[in-house]
Design a protein around this ligand. Structure first.
Ligand code: NOJ
Length: 751
């Protein structure tokens, strides 16, 4: 509906509502947490209230409605004609629209052609970069480098906001202990503590210092809650676990990201304890709002509201909308349920108007905080779009992050680093394949901008490239002979094998964790030549690769490293950068061990290979192929026995733990020093170890450093027998080391 602005302004003034239209009023500046909502008498709240009073019920519902454009979809496109919806005020937020030109035009419709001229927000899955693509989040997690991870998110935000966006559907903080689940690529792995720290870093990176700045975007913590634990690792499957387990391991990452200031949170597809997350009042109101005091808005995942009909907890979509609204969902992503039914449900008294008003206020508040009422085109700056995307500096950041994400899993005979000038046979379907390197969820990233492994290696060596097998999952072995011939003629073989990018991510669960197709057979042929064989793995999840772990000379985990893949790999393989990555997720020997994770419990019959009647398999050891926290370097590190400042301490007192770490090898290198704790006797069973601290240090050859950790009461706390959170008196083991399976211990007693 077109309206002449002048009578509209006069109307507002006569209503005493000029504060809403006060287009030049100063933004509320937030020092630390950009989404911190202003107190009720703040200028923003007054403006929100003024605006709310002007809105019809239908316009309110419009603000609670999010649609995809036709630029992309990550689910069924059940809604056409989004421009019509914008124009009528039926849609207040869009996703899958980016670039200045496109978002400017959509924004123009909202602020020039709708009755209330409320600006749109623009969301997108900016997961590991917008155009300059960084490693997949699981890869970044392997860096254990919070500064670099924050920087990666910052670069993503700078580029996204230069392309019209102001909202990313990230970070995904779902703890993932099952590598069959393809979405583990998008998270920080299996550990709660590491996941909390990484989630916080990513929220800080995306949101920057203040929403007043034009390069800050809203984060969206997802997928709340428990999405990382689908039964059998199968995507979209149910989640069921004890409340204790849920609170100890799965909830803390969402809480940490919320407390880091995330502006929004997304519900998950799954049910938890029988109630789908998008209609789960316990999760959305009792925990999120009441326990954590979350002030931002809640959006569903893509049509997850509609899917509650399939879940079988509501008979139809109207009921689904009522369940969601009453549970605390503020915005419906793509489901069109709020648009179709919510006003009617309010009129029938099924959803209180106050519930709708609160949701709309939360959404409007963030639109005000972003400064969109002052300048709806704040993120539509052609100059920024031309100069701040895929810059040399951003590529350098991506290369640095990529090097830090690489994990050296095996290095027999010091096969690595490679000699510069060596004759290398570069083999494998992924060795010169630009299109896979950006991985899944790659924003606006383009294959043509990617540096392949072959291109990277060529900078320092004579390379002969033969694919060996043309595709990752094909069965054609006709290229094997040429690959073997190239291997025989070379000093060393570097073979890149793994998955396709789309084999991980959403809707990409796998029942097998082996290398697809004939890739392992190709490696077997190469190993038969007797030449040193360096296997470079490119994949979005832990794989089960026992034969390769046993028989390859060296194994390098490269995940999907993004735009700078080849340069980063060349830096590591030639030794210009000493790898320091540590696995954020356990690599099993076989899919049969899954779920497998380091912080398991002792059980009543702990593993004993010599006793049948213990907790074990008949056909495999319990231990994984590569444990959590594991990763080699071109140097070695020695650890002293850990020391504590007191072996007995009082409840509530901090404990200081120190360890002397020495670089015992011949090269400078970085080490991730990890601290674990175990409560030896608790009112409930406790894990054998739990990560509670880590520090990444750089040591010159022969140098040492005393590393100090401060352990607080919270680090020793858990949900006790009565479900209160706290520590318990008694003995604890404090463990320090360079991998979860290689630690030194000291015992302390809380009295
Ligand atoms: C579905 C995915 O689960 C979610 O992570 C994503 O943000 C939305 N689609 C939007 O693309």
């Amino acid at each position: 509906m077109k309206r002449n602005i002048t009578p509209f302004v006069l109307l507002l003034i006569s209503l005493g509502l000029s504060s809403f239209l006060c287009t030049r009023s100063p933004m509320v500046q937030m020092e630390k947490s950009p989404n911190m909502v202003a107190s009720t008498d703040s200028p923003i709240d007054k403006r929100v209230d003024s605006l709310l009073r002007l809105m019809t019920l239908e316009e309110k519902v419009g603000q609670m409605t999010l649609y995809t454009t036709d630029w992309g979809a990550t689910g069924p496109t059940i809604r056409e004609g989004y421009t019509k919806d914008i124009r009528s005020g039926a849609c207040g937020a869009l996703f899958n629209s980016h670039t200045v030109k496109f978002t400017r035009e959509l924004q123009r419709i909202a602020v020039e052609e709708t009755r209330l001229k409320i600006p749109l927000i623009f969301g997108y899955d900016v997961i590991h970069g917008y155009k300059t693509i960084f490693p997949i989040p699981l890869g970044e997690a392997a860096s254990w480098d919070l500064t670099a991870i924050e920087r990666s998110a910052r670069v993503a935000a700078i580029e996204s906001t230069a392309a019209g966006l102001n909202w990313t559907f990230a970070p995904m903080v779902d703890v993932g202990r099952d590598p069959r689940w393809g979405r583990v690529m998008e998270g920080a792995g299996e550990d709660t503590y590491l996941g909390c720290r990484i989630g916080e870093a990513r929220v800080r990176g995306f949101q920057g210092k203040s929403f007043a700045q034009n390069d800050a975007m809203m984060a969206c913590v997802k997928h709340y809650a428990g999405y990382g634990a689908p039964i059998a690792g199968r995507e979209y499957n149910s989640v069921d676990m004890s409340e204790r387990y849920f609170r100890d391991y799965y909830l803390p990452t969402y809480e940490a990201a919320v407390k880091a200031g995330a502006a929004t949170i997304m519900t998950s597809f799954n049910d938890y304890d029988g109630v789908p997350a998008s209609g789960n009042k316990y999760l959305l109101t009792d925990i999120l709002r009441k326990e954590w005091n979350f002030q931002g808005f809640v959006v569903t995942d893509y049509t997850s509201m509609n899917e509650m009909v399939n879940h079988g907890v509501v008979a139809n979509e109207k009921e689904a909308g009522e369940l969601s609204a009453n549970a605390g969902v503020d915005m419906d992503m793509q489901g069109a349920i709020y648009q179709k039914f919510l006003a009617q449900s309010v009129k029938e008294g099924k959803v209180p108007l106050a519930q709708v008003d609160e949701a709309v206020k939360r959404i409007l508040r963030l639109k005000f905080e972003l400064g969109l009422f002052e300048n709806p085109y704040k993120y539509c700056d052609e100059q920024r779009e031309k100069t701040q995307i895929l810059t040399k500096a951003h590529r350098d950041d991506a290369r640095d992050m990529a090097r830090k994400s690489i994990v050296l899993l095996k290095n027999d005979q010091n096969a690595l680093p490679l000699r510069k000038g060596a004759k290398i046979a570069v083999i494998g379907p992924l060795a010169d394949n630009q299109s896979e390197l950006i991985g899944n969820w790659s924003g606006a990233g383009e294959a043509k901008d990617c540096i392949t492994l072959l291109t990277g290696l060529k900078t320092n060596a004579t390379c002969q490239y033969v694919a060996g097998c043309a595709t990752v999952d094909g069965m054609d072995k006709s290229g094997f002979a040429a690959a073997v011939a190239a291997a025989k003629a070379a000093d060393v073989v570097v073979v890149a094998v793994g998955e396709k990018a789309m084999m991980s991510g959403e809707a990409a669960a796998r029942a097998e964790l082996t290398l697809p197709g004939v890739q392992q057979e190709l490696v077997e042929e190469l190993v038969k030549t007797g030449k040193p064989v360096v296997v470079v793995l490119m994949n979005g999840r832990p794989l089960a690769i026992p034969w390769i772990a046993e028989n390859a000379t060296a194994v390098v985990e490269a995940w999907w490293l993004g735009t700078e893949t080849g340069n980063a790999l060349a830096d590591v393989l030639f030794g210009d950068y000493n790898p320091a990555g540590k696995l954020p997720m356990t690599f099993p020997r076989s899919v049969g061990q899954v779920p497998i994770f380091y912080n398991e419990k002792n059980t009543g019959r702990p593993y004993d290979p010599n006793s049948k009647w213990t907790s074990k398999y008949l056909d495999l050891p319990n231990s994984p192929q590569y444990p959590f926290g594991f990763g080699l370097s071109y140097t070695t590190f020695g650890y002293s026995e850990p020391q504590v400042n007191k072996t007995t301490f009082k409840k509530g007192e901090d404990l200081q733990v120190t360890v002397n770490v020495t670089n015992t090898g011949k090269r400078a290198g970085e080490e991730v020093v990890q601290l674990y704790v175990r409560d030896l006797v608790g009112s409930v069973t406790r894990p054998l170890k739990e990560l509670k601290g880590f520090q990444k240090i750089m040591l010159q050859a022969g140098a040492f450093q005393v590393v100090t950790f401060q352990l607080t009461d919270k680090d020793l706390s858990f949900y006790r027998r009565d479900m209160t959170f706290g520590s318990e008196l008694g003995e604890f083991e404090i463990m320090v080391g360079g991998s979860s399976d290689n630690v030194k211990k000291v015992k302390v007693t809380m009295q």
